[in-house]
Design a binder for this molecule. Structure first.
Ligand SMILES: [Zn+2]
Length: 146
C-alpha cells in the first residue's frame, strides 16, 4: 500500500453501506473482546467467587489469562488501526486516509488537522534552526502527514 492513501466515497447510499459494514465488523470485534473479558473474569474468581490476583492463579490458569489478555490487545489494536475507525477521534462514518508510518487510518478531518500542524511546524523550523530531541521526534511525527 502507498504511504498515504485516501479512500473517499461521495455517494450517500454507498457511504451508508460502508458505515453499516464498519459498525458490523467493529461490533463483531467488540463481542469477541467481551467474550474474552468474561473468560478472564471467571479466572479471576476462586471457587467461592472471591476475587484473586493473577499471582494466585495456577500456572495453567495464568497462562490462559495471559493468552486472553494478548488476544484482547490484538483485537483492540486491529480495530484501532483499521479503516473502520479513525485512530485519533474514533469516528466510524468518515472517509479515511492511510498513514503507512503509523500503519493506521485517520479520518480526513483529523488527517487534515495533523497536516496543517505539520506544515506550520515545517515553517516554524525554517525560522529556528536549532531543535531538541523532543522537537525532532515531534517533527518526525509531523513529517508522516506531509
Ligand atoms: Zn478523526
Amino acid at each position: 500500500m502507498r504511504d498515504k492513501r485516501a479512500i473517499i466515497i461521495k455517494a450517500p447510499r454507498l457511504q451508508n453501506i460502508r458505515n453499516n459494514l464498519r459498525l458490523l465488523w467493529l461490533k463483531t470485534v467488540s463481542q469477541r473482546w467481551n467474550e474474552l473479558f468474561d473468560k478472564m473474569e471467571v479466572l479471576e474468581r476462586d471457587s467461592g467467587g472471591k476475587y484473586r490476583s493473577v499471582d494466585e492463579m495456577t500456572s495453567e490458569e495464568r497462562k490462559k489469562f495471559r493468552e486472553f489478555q494478548e488476544e484482547q490487545s490484538k483485537l483492540r489494536d486491529l480495530a484501532n488501526r483499521s479503516i473502520c475507525k479513525c485512530l485519533v477521534c474514533g469516528k466510524v462514518d468518515q472517509d479515511m486516509v492511510y498513514n503507512k508510518t503509523y500503519d493506521a487510518w485517520y479520518c480526513t478531518e483529523c488527517y487534515g488537522l495533523e497536516r496543517r500542524v505539520a506544515l506550520k511546524r515545517v515553517e516554524t523550523r525554517r525560522q529556528k534552526r536549532e531543535e531538541s530531541c523532543e522537537e525532532r521526534a515531534i517533527s518526525d511525527h509531523s513529517k508522516t502527514f506531509l
